[in-house]
Ligand binder design. Structure first.
Ligand code: WT7
Length: 656
């Protein structure tokens, strides 16, 4: 069983204290030290964050008000002027870090590049000047649709430098998905590449951009900047498309960072919710800079000698906060890898660890389960002794995978930080601190200092020990999302009204269920809404349903997550067809391909089952819990009294 079932987690009582020598050398050295820090922050969160903001970041101008909280809208460091690109680059240039590696990049075919802080600064300035030349001004949105190459980070930092919010779209999303995001964000410029390497094949990114922009598909887009990566043939539309290598040589490397208001928008990042339309999560500058800076520093116990590697893609929040902004703001060396384990080299990640002497390795449970499947002879054949901290994110980690990670990758010496957070939270919310927190396999342990996390019932009352409930945050934090782009109401509805304010206190509802054990450890159980978690990626059931019903053969569709050994969950779709169509293998293939086209390969249903009716309530709502049991191959044992037509159940069991 790959998902942490209640049983496996309840029976989990192993505790792993930080190794003594590790704790001695860590910046936060004991549980007591963490607790003191936590209590101090809790007593006055604004004062806690203000002190760190002053000490850790460069401000062009200091703020007037630390926190302005008009629920559900928070503003941090109001009146402060700051630039995150300055904090990630310029301020390191006056120190010895000027010539330290900022980015180490390894391409899938084996090519590589290292950029020092001085070199990265130079390229960011050049790209920022090219953006200006292409008409991008402060406040204009820029779409970034890139492979994992240094220019992806360069483009983000160039946007931040001139105050143009970026909207990075994961390179695995389809042209349709890209188009919807460019339209919603009204992007003026798109930065892309001819292609990227993915499992020995080329992902044709520029072709997808062309398809998204076809027939004036995203009318706000005026220009496309193209980085040459794979060198396959692409078409360039004159006047609209520009090669980076043509413009870079003449671009000045002098581009002072724009002093931004702390609350100016830094980026929009789209994520799935419970409706068909992905929402644009808005993050702003000062608070996000501070929070990603502090969480990176303390959770990974950063040292200047570290080679830090987060295996996420920059298209996700993990890449934003923990490949680019958090590490660079700290002056760390951040490794970027374009490739993924593939048949031609299943052990490639361990080659990278060995080649660069990676010290901190941060990945997802789904990847760990895939490593287990590929066999421990791959990591065992490499020297992984440089590693000192391991991290995990994206979904609850099953204790079995945790133990394997601890033994086989960590050699039983590396603390594991299981970080629970979300696109919306900007940074880690629950996480061990490696020198301080005794860990329990499968638990994200405790809240980060300054984070007031609780588990409550539907009325907002805290639940007792080991009772399941909703995971909420009771006080604003610096990197919280500010709104849904262009839709304040959706922001309010989704996150702040699900659980009613308690004693006048607004509760941020994350969408996850969790419990706390007798020692106060948090155990996150997974989503309690109609959001699936496929290989650590969030996908709305409605989003896939919308994609399916946009196919002419489909009358109705209901999508649920089905437990999967490696992915955690897989997409399972129940489909009713329009009268003239009949279910067939060919149609199954066609529908799967259709979903890939509408959203991207991550949404491809593992299974599609045709049925002539779906279980619904009298008011017409699809009862997904019935379908979830069926998809999991279990008999449905719950209450079916709300089911409108009970014969549907028998039909669903029978049809296949
Ligand atoms: C959802 C957020 C944050 C970066 C990756 C995903 C699940 C994330 C954990 C964890 C249990 C986790 C939650 C959350 N999740 N990390 N350590 N333990 N669950 O970001 O796409 O915004 O998804 O991922 O369900 O709500 P995201």
């Amino acid at each position: 069983m790959s998902q942490p079932t209640i049983e496996s987690i309840l029976s989990e009582n192993r505790v792993f204290p930080p190794p003594a020598e590790f704790a001695q050398n860590a910046s936060i050295k004991s549980l007591e030290e963490y607790q003191q820090l936590y209590e101090r922050a809790k007593a006055d969160p604004a004062a806690f964050w203000a002190e760190l903001a002053e000490k850790e970041l460069h401000w062009f101008q200091k703020w007037d008000t630390v926190l302005d909280w008009k629920p559900p809208f928070a503003q941090w460091f109001v009146g402060g002027k700051i630039n995150i690109s300055y904090n990630c680059l310029d301020r390191h240039l006056t120190t010895w870090r000027k010539n330290k590696a900022a980015l180490i990049w390894e391409g899938e075919p084996g090519d590589s590049r290292t950029l020092t802080y001085a070199q990265l600064h130079r390229e960011v300035c050049q790209m920022a000047n090219v953006f200006k030349q292409l008409g991008v001004k402060k406040g204009d949105r820029v779409g970034i649709y890139m492979p994992m190459i240094p220019e992806a980070a360069i483009a983000m930092l160039a946007c931040a430098r001139i105050g143009a919010p970026h909207s990075v779209v994961f390179g695995g999303f389809s042209a349709e998905a890209l188009k919807a995001r460019l339209v919603d964000a009204e992007a003026k410029l798109v930065v892309t590449a001819d292609g990227g390497w993915r499992k020995d094949k080329i992902v044709p990114l520029k072709d997808a951009v062309d398809a998204a922009l076809e027939d004036n598909g995203a009318p706000s887009v005026e220009n496309v900047l193209v980085v040459k990566r794979t060198e396959q043939k692409i078409s360039m539309e004159s006047g609209r498309d520009h090669w980076w290598h043509d413009l870079q040589p003449n671009a000045s490397a002098d581009c002072p960072a724009e002093p931004m208001d702390s609350e100016d928008m830094l980026f929009i990042l789209y994520t799935s919710g419970t409706t068909g339309k992905p929402k644009g999560v808005v993050h702003t500058t000062g608070g996000y800079n501070l929070y990603t800076h502090m969480t990176t520093q303390w959770t990974f116990d950063l040292k200047d000698t570290d080679v830090y590697w987060c295996t996420a893609d920059v298209g996700w929040i993990t890449g934003h906060s923990y490949i680019v902004y958090g590490p660079l703001s700290n002056g760390a060396t951040s490794l970027m890898y374009e490739g993924a384990p593939r048949p031609s080299n299943p052990g490639c990640l361990w080659d990278v660890v060995e080649k660069y002497g990676v010290t901190i390795f941060y990945t997802a449970p789904t990847a760990i389960r895939a490593f287990i499947k590929m066999g421990e002879h791959h990591p065992n054949a490499r020297n992984l002794s440089s590693l000192r901290i391991l991290g995990t994110v994206g979904e609850p980690i099953n204790p079995e995978a945790w133990m394997w990670y601890h033994k086989v990758i960590g050699g039983e010496r590396c603390p594991i930080v299981d970080t629970w957070w979300q696109t919306e939270t900007g940074g880690f919310m629950l996480t061990p601190l490696p020198g301080a927190t005794p860990t329990k396999p499968g638990s994200a342990t405790f809240p980060f200092p300054g984070i007031l996390a609780e588990i409550v019932d539907a009325e907002g009352n805290p639940v007792g020990e080991n009772s399941g409930g909703y995971l909420v945050i009771q006080h604003p934090w610096p990197s919280m999302m500010r709104t849904v782009y262009g839709d304040d109401e959706r922001f309010r509805r989704t996150y702040w009204e699900h659980i009613p304010p308690k004693d006048g206190k607004y509760l941020y509802f994350a969408g996850d269920g969790a419990r706390k054990d007798k020692d106060g450890y948090f155990w996150v159980m997974g989503r309690v809404d109609d959001v699936m978690n496929i290989s650590g990626h969030r996908l709305g059931t409605m989003e896939v349903e919308s994609a399916l019903v946009s196919h002419p053969a489909v009358a109705e569709a209901a999508v649920v997550g089905k437990p999967d050994e490696v992915k955690g969950e897989d997409v399972f779709a129940f489909v009713t067809l329009e009268g003239e169509y009949e279910g067939s293998e060919t149609l199954v293939r066609e529908l799967k391909q259709h979903v890939v086209q509408e959203i991207g390969a991550i949404a491809r249903p593992g299974e599609i089952r045709f049925t002539d009716a779906l279980p619904k309530t009298r008011s017409g709502k699809i009862i997904r819990r019935v379908l979830r049991s069926l998809a999991a191959g279990q008999e449905f044992a719950g209450d079916t009294s709300t089911l409108e037509d009970r014969s549907v159940l028998d039909k669903l069991r029978g049809s296949s």
